[in-house]
Write a new protein. Sequence first.
Length: 122
Amino acid sequence: MSSIYPVAVRLGWEPLCILRVFKVWPRENDAIFRDLRVPGAFLVSGALRDGEVAPIDIRSEQGQPCTVENPWPTSQVQVWRDGRAAEKVTGERFDLLTRPGEQLRLAPYGVIVLNDLAKGKE
């Protein structure tokens, strides 16, 4: 195992192929990561700002299913696929089917997403 393993686990890499973004990261420490490669052939980007998880980007390289532990457990999550609003999901954990090359963005329902930042509520 490389020395990056402990940091990767804290940022979101999960050896059981369940994406847990900022699950154990201290909420008082802002953080950002870009294109973190995780099992299942996904590149994941995310940020934690002022104790809140910002929208998460997931790029599917091979079209594998992706299981996500909801980083906003009290909110419905809007899934964007290739820049278009798609399904809404709820629950502690959800599964997303993907296509090769597809770009997903996850955000709490009602959060307006522009570029890489959550700009506010609708």
